[in-house]
Ligand binder design. Structure first.
Ligand SMILES: [Zn+2]
Length: 144
């Protein structure tokens, strides 16, 4: 059984390959802060990652909800980078959030589908998926 990387609690069996390996919002924040102890290079120094000049606001209410929950705890950037997931035809994948201190991307998706871009991006950068199912499970959890 997989356990939360922060507190050791059992994780629900739910897309363990792509959701954050933690059991709650609190543990997600702790994971991000722990990663922040190690320096991270800007992603655009990596092969296939570019700055994405994107200034649009949230695509969904769910994105905004996650942003509001995390923003008091960690610095978040909205769609700052694009990842080249295919050469010809050229296809760029733009994860929703980047946590600069943690050097980590977060993809916010109500229902994970069309995972091809995400899985390719996962080979190139550190990225986790936050689905609404996962989010609900983790928000419910209260620390004793
Ligand atoms: Zn935990």
């Amino acid at each position: 059984m997989k356990r939360c990387e922060v507190c050791g609690e059992a994780l629900p069996f739910l897309g363990l390959a792509y959701h954050p390996p933690v059991c709650s919002l609190e543990c997600l924040v702790a994971l991000l802060k722990n990663r922040a102890l190690f320096p991270h290079k800007p992603p655009d120094t990596l092969e296939g990652v570019e700055v994405y000049p994107h200034t649009r606001s949230f695509h969904s209410a769910f994105e905004e909800e996650v942003w509001r929950a995390l923003r008091p705890h960690v610095t978040l950037e909205y769609e700052p980078y694009a990842i080249r997931v295919n050469e010809t035809p050229r296809r760029m994948y733009v994860p929703d959030f980047y946590v600069p201190e943690a050097g980590l991307f977060l993809e916010i998706k109500g229902r994970p589908r069309n995972m091809k871009g995400f899985l390719k991006a996962q080979e190139m950068v550190d990225i986790y998926m936050i689905s609404s199912k996962w989010w609900k499970l983790c928000r419910k959890k209260k620390k004793k």
